[in-house]
Design a protein around this ligand. Sequence first.
Ligand SMILES: [Fe+2]
Length: 370
Amino acid sequence: MAPEFVCGQGALDLAGRYAHNLGMRHLLLVTDPGVRAVGWAEAVGESLTEAGVSFTIYDSVSPNPRAGEVMAGAEVYWSEGCNGIVAVGGGSPMDCAKGIGIVSVSGRDILSFEGVDRVPLPPPPLICVPTTAGTSADISQFAIIGDEEGRRKVAIISKALVPDVSLLDPEPLTTMPRDLTVDSGIDALTHAIEAYVSNASSPITDLHALESIRLTSKAMPAVLENPDDLNLRFSTLLASLHAGLAFSNASVGAVHAMAHALGGVYDLAHGRCNALLLEYVIEANYEAASIRYDRIGAILGQGQDEWMSPAGVVAAFRRSLGISGTLSTLGVTRDMIPALAERAYVDPCLATNPRDLSREEIEEIYERAL
Ligand SMILES: [Fe+2]
């Protein structure tokens, strides 16, 4: 599965034309206050106005979008008489927009769609304009929504969640702060690695996963030195696109299952959780997919003087991007590990991990990452 995607500088300006072609008369523009502040929602709005498409902005979206925000967005969608959605932003507005879309046609609580293939009705058309390079929500059949009451993140996975169009423009990436560039880049790397070792991988998803890892290994360190370089930003966007095509079809694994649990309990940045778990999950999984992990290590560690294990290469790479510390640094405490493992164990992403992990083994991985 893949949406139509248009890549390159100026892709953002096609939003109006695509909205018009998809028959949108009045749409809901889902974004967040941060993206609005740097002008990208406005830029997309101009393109819509030029094409004669009117819109209502909905920007009540937190960094980890919550079920209540999705339901409130659906109320606005109905009351404003919308017949399509444009999402402008990172994973949070895009996931929220996907949630609003499926709620808008069913009227049901967003949390009732949890799991795989549980969205019965097609949502209204959705155009995504990503402003980060990593989440790939603009490509994928995934939406992750926070259940505040249960302090957990709910994964909704369905072909109905693949957007209609993704407009991949490198320019919005230039306004990302350094931390967001790093966290979203590591998220893309984690998608590619988990898709490559997934037990649902295929020769097609492998191609995308390996190309994504190659692009990330070159572009990520360079873009931190030259954050305004549009060619480098574009390489990171391509890395994210390739990772999205890989993981949307092959799914992910234990890193994501465990990061979702952390994000639900502690409301932490998703990419940062991945970064601090990845090397320990690789150690735990290694024997089940050693040839594949060795290949990942060889690509990511190219140019290194001495041999390192794949887990060592990944650890060195994240440190080279400035990610140090452990889960404790983020405020995670040992007493929460059983509850975290409980949540990770039932996350649908665990089904495609290359080896079956027990609750106890998941607890041990959290321990090592603490
Ligand atoms: Fe992710």
